[in-house]
Design a protein. Sequence first.
Length: 170
Amino acid sequence: MISKKMETELNLQLNKEFYSGYLYLAMSAYCSKKGFNGAANWFSIQYQEEIAHGMKLFKYLEDQDADIVLEKIEAPKSNFDSLLSAFEESLAHEQKMTGWLNELSDLAMKEKDHATYNLLQWYVTEQVEEEATVSEIIDKIRMIGDNGYGLYTVDQELAQRIFVDPTAQK
Ligand code: FEO
């Protein structure tokens, strides 16, 4: 049993996870349009990860017999300045997500809601990994600058990513 306040906040977080998926799908479409098919693949897998994050929360709300409210999902922007800029915006978004998840953890702690706190720690840990992965890609692209061959090589690396459901592993 979770509090009404927690129920509301988790529903909001559910919407943010699905919005994240939508944002990454938009980034995937942008990359594909620009010929970065590897990056398009990377972002489309990121989209799948976000849906998995959302579904983990959805399942938790179901298990807690909470009311699930599916709000409208905000439309993400569809254009980005460059490949680097798409990844920079992705990092900025993940940092915001981390902030919100930390606030949710604070609330769970304040309410002595151990079950939700435990769930949220999974997300907090996942955020560390997500931010680190995106930062690493940004560093590489910055190092390469406008070098066409370098960008081609990074794009080839990003093409290797395959979907592994993060919620099934931990
Ligand atoms: Fe589900 Fe990338 O945060």
